[in-house]
Design a binder for this molecule. Structure first.
Ligand SMILES: [Fe+2]
Length: 246
C-alpha cells in the first residue's frame, strides 16, 4: 500500500530527522588523526565543488510550478554570483585538503548513484534532495570549521556564509517542494518514493564522513567494495597510487 503526503510537515520532520542523525554520527574531531580530518574536508570538497550547482540546475530544469522555479533560481543566482565553488576551493586549500584521486574514488560509487538519480529529472524528488542537502550543509558548517581549525586554517568565509544563508535556503526549498506537490496533486509520487534522492544523498554524505563505508579497491575488473563491483570501461589495471582506497 502506498500513502500520499497530506502536507509537507511529515516530510520536513523526515528531512530534519535524517540531518540530525547524520550530524550526531560525525566523528569527534579530537579523536581523528590529521589525515582523517583532511580526508573529510577533501571528500566534502570533492562532492560539493563540482556538483552542487549542477544538481540545483537539475532541480530548476525539473520543477513545473512558478514558485519553485523562482525559489530555485534565486538560490542558483546566489551560488553563481558569489562564486560559492571558489569559496569552497579556497577553504579546502587553506586547510591543505584539496581532494586527491584517492578522495575522489572514495566517494565515487555513491556520487554516481546520485548523478543517475538526478538524470531522471524528477522535480519534486530533486527539490526534496536539495532541501535536505541545504539543511545538512548549514548544520554541518560548525563541524567543518572545527576540522579546518584543527588543521591550522583560519579561512572561514565558506563556513560562515553557509551557516547563515542555507538556513533561509532550506525554508525556501521546503516551500518549493510544497508548491510542486500542490501542482502535481494526484500525480505526486507516493511518500515512500519521494525520499529516493534524499536516501542516495545520505549514503553519499556517509561516504564523505566514512561512516561504515569500507574501502574501495581497484583491479582490472573495475572498482570493488565488499561484494560489489563497478565495471569501468577501458580502465587500465591496478596502479600503485590508487590500488587501495582507505
Ligand atoms: Fe553555496
Amino acid at each position: 500500500m502506498t500513502t500520499k503526503p497530506s502536507n509537507t510537515t511529515p516530510i520536513q520532520e523526515r528531512v530534519e530527522w535524517t540531518i540530525e542523525r547524520l550530524i550526531a554520527s560525525c566523528p569527534d574531531p579530537a579523536q581523528l588523526s590529521p589525515e582523517e580530518r583532511r580526508g573529510i574536508i577533501a571528500r566534502y570538497a570533492a562532492v560539493l565543488e563540482g556538483n552542487f550547482i549542477y544538481w540545483m540546475t537539475a532541480a530548476y530544469l525539473s520543477v513545473a510550478s512558478d514558485e519553485a522555479h523562482a525559489i530555485v533560481q534565486d538560490n542558483l543566482r546566489e551560488e553563481v554570483r558569489d562564486n560559492h565553488p571558489g569559496m569552497l576551493r579556497r577553504f579546502a586549500m587553506a586547510a591543505r585538503a584539496l581532494p586527491t584521486d584517492v578522495d575522489a574514488l572514495a566517494v565515487w560509487p555513491a556520487l554516481e548513484s546520485v548523478r543517475r538519480f538526478v538524470a531522471g529529472l524528477s522535480g519534486v524528488k530533486i527539490v526534496l534532495m536539495m532541501t535536505f542537502f541545504e539543511g545538512f550543509i548549514s548544520r554541518f558548517m560548525p563541524y567543518l570549521a572545527e576540522l579546518a581549525a584543527s588543521q591550522g586554517s583560519a579561512e572561514r568565509e565558506y563556513t560562515d556564509v553557509h551557516g547563515v544563508v542555507d538556513i533561509e535556503h532550506t525554508q525556501g526549498l521546503f516551500r518549493a517542494s510544497e508548491a510542486e506537490m500542490t501542482l502535481m496533486n494526484d500525480e505526486c509520487p507516493p511518500a515512500e518514493e519521494l525520499f529516493e534522492g534524499l536516501e542516495l544523498l545520505q549514503t553519499l554524505i556517509q561516504s564523505i564522513l566514512r561512516l561504515g563505508v569500507p574501502g574501495v579497491s581497484v583491479s582490472g575488473a573495475g572498482l570493488t567494495r565488499g561484494d560489489q563491483t563497478w565495471r569501468v570501461p577501458n580502465m587500465p589495471g591496478p596502479r600503485d597510487a590508487v590500488d587501495e582506497v582507505p
